[in-house]
Design a protein around this ligand. Structure first.
Ligand code: FRU
Length: 502
């Protein structure tokens, strides 16, 4: 079977399946120096269907080795999303350090039920538990899936969070097999989706203060994204082993990413103090019709999550993992320059042999209504990224980014998202050809880290206060830049490009 790459948009340094369809990252777990990335996988075609857990493994979160399917679809149905733990204390009786995974079996006959499987060979092969399912919905809910299991140290017990339609339900267990209902959270909180999906919950010190830890309940919603389709929100609060209590009022919404291609984000278990999340880099509105063939969908860069406070508000900062620095192959530094109002400053060639994979780190001091740049290729295609100081927004506009026309066949717009775009004067042609925006602080100084690959642009602003992940399909790599400044000047005090390669 020839698995040499046949897609020009296949990313160079983002994880993709060799062939076939991928959605959510599943069962992320770190063990004995290896990061296991399982994922929703259709090995029989590059559209959604026949769900299995595919499997890749990495020692550095950057280089991925492809392994055989870990969990294959069976007579109980699809193998939907879920999580893995390392059973350090042998609570389930399969041996110390066994990897135990939880997934949803989904079928018309049985509905959505939670099942377990365990691996004694470091996550390579799994045995499905003979008495599956371990959990079924007590009220016959249709949408009851994506079990996230973690160890709750103070009570020496396991906790499972299941997305149960309009809420997340919390269960506990001593042996990973018998689960008892504890509580629910979510109804009426944040942006209310048609249903919650793929929950996760992590505890982090606020601003690095080990005496002040908070929990972030991450939950994915579809639809409900500000720009249409799928997105990831989170709630910050406390967890006493039974109940999650949110710090903020129900109407407060916190987005983990302000792009349109960030979904089903969950974190690795067993990583000690680090919290590392992997988002699926697509949107259910058009994931099945993006212009690739051999495979569909990539994962966004693994991100390290930390917590910081802003006044009384506690938020997640989202930054690319430091391991990605190892991708830097060539450096190009441009000495500081000023873009005068109404003028442009261009960088004609970023790299001589640009294969479309690079990072740019910028620091700027903007005293303008709008400071930005176009990332362009030789075909007149470009991504427009700008700080709209006047309206307090960071914007990424992909209307002219390359192939966008498949967006016309996307799953129909939701009225709310459409109204939102109109209200916020978002440049908007259809569900793919649009601009996304994030709030921008009033500070005049900003730092941007931008990662470009064959089919994506990811922005991390001001130390991760904003992350923005968007797909783009340029017909040739972007290789020049044109900075501009409107109604005021922009000083670019640092401007470094790195050509990236594995
Ligand atoms: C989220 C999701 C999950 C489900 C899986 C099925 O993208 O809908 O809720 O388990 O995908 O592939």
């Amino acid at each position: 079977f020839d698995t040499a790459n046949r897609d020009k948009f296949r990313p160079l340094y983002h994880h993709t399946p060799l062939y076939g369809w991928m959605n959510d990252a599943n069962g992320l777990v770190y063990k004995d120096g290896e990061y296991h990335l399982y994922f929703q996988y259709n090995p029989y075609g590059s559209v959604w269907g026949n769900m299995h857990w595919g499997h890749s493994v990495s020692r550095d979160l950057v280089h991925w080795e492809h392994l055989p399917v870990a969990l294959a679809r069976d007579t109980m149905g699809h193998i939907f999303s879920g999580s893995s733990v390392v059973d350090v204390k042998n609570t389930a009786g399969y041996g110390e350090g066994t990897v135990v995974s939880f997934y949803t079996s989904a079928s018309d006959k049985n509905g959505q039920i939670e099942c377990m499987a365990y691996s004694r060979d470091n996550g390579r092969t799994f045995t499905k538990y003979g008495k599956n399912p371990v959990l079924t919905p007590f009220d016959g809910l249709k949408d009851f899936r994506d079990p996230k299991v973690f160890w709750y140290e103070p009570e020496q017990k396991w906790v499972m969070i299941v997305s149960a339609d309009k809420e997340m339900r919390f269960f506990s267990s001593k042996d990973l097999k018998d689960w008892t209902y504890m509580s629910a959270f979510g109804n009426g909180y944040g942006v209310q989706p048609s249903q919650f999906e793929c929950p996760d919950m992590v505890q982090l010190p606020v601003g690095g203060d080990e005496n002040n830890k908070k929990w972030a309940l991450i939950v994915n919603i579809n639809p409900g994204c500000l720009f249409g389709g799928s997105a990831t929100q989170y709630f910050v609060g406390d967890f006493d082993g039974t109940n999650f209590v949110c710090d903020t009022k129900p109407e407060v919404v916190k987005w983990m990413d302000w792009g349109k291609d960030h979904y089903a984000t969950v974190c690795f278990s067993n990583t000690g103090d680090r919290v590392i999340a992997v988002p699926w880099m697509s949107n259910w509105q058009y994931a099945n019709i993006i212009p690739t063939q051999q495979y569909r969908s990539a994962n966004a860069l693994p991100r390290e999550l930390t917590m910081y406070s802003e006044g009384k508000d506690v938020c997640l900062a989202v930054n690319p993992v430091k391991e990605l620095d190892a991708l830097r192959k060539e450096t190009k530094e441009i000495p500081a320059f000023t873009v005068e109002s109404g003028k442009e400053f261009t960088v004609d060639t970023l790299f001589a042999a640009n294969d479309g994979a690079f990072e740019m780190d910028l620091e700027l001091a903007a005293d303008a209504d709008c400071s930005g740049f176009k990332l362009m290729n030789g075909r007149g295609e470009y991504v427009d990224i700008y700080l709209d100081g006047k309206n307090g927004k960071l914007v990424m506009d992909r209307v002219h980014s390359g192939i966008v026309d498949f967006g016309k066949n996307a799953i129909p717009h939701e009225k709310e998202a459409h109204d939102n775009r109109v209200k916020n004067s978002i440049n908007y042609v259809d569900d793919f050809a649009l601009a996304t925006w994030a709030p921008l602080s009033k500070d005049k100084q900003h730092k941007l880290r931008i990662f470009v690959d064959k089919c994506s642009v990811e922005i991390f602003l001001d130390g991760g206060k904003v992350a923005m992940t968007n797909l783009v399909f340029p017909n040739e790599p972007y290789n020049s830049l044109s900075f501009y400044s409107r109604n005021g000047s922009t000083k670019v005090t640092a401007c470094t490009f790195y050509k990236l390669g594995l």
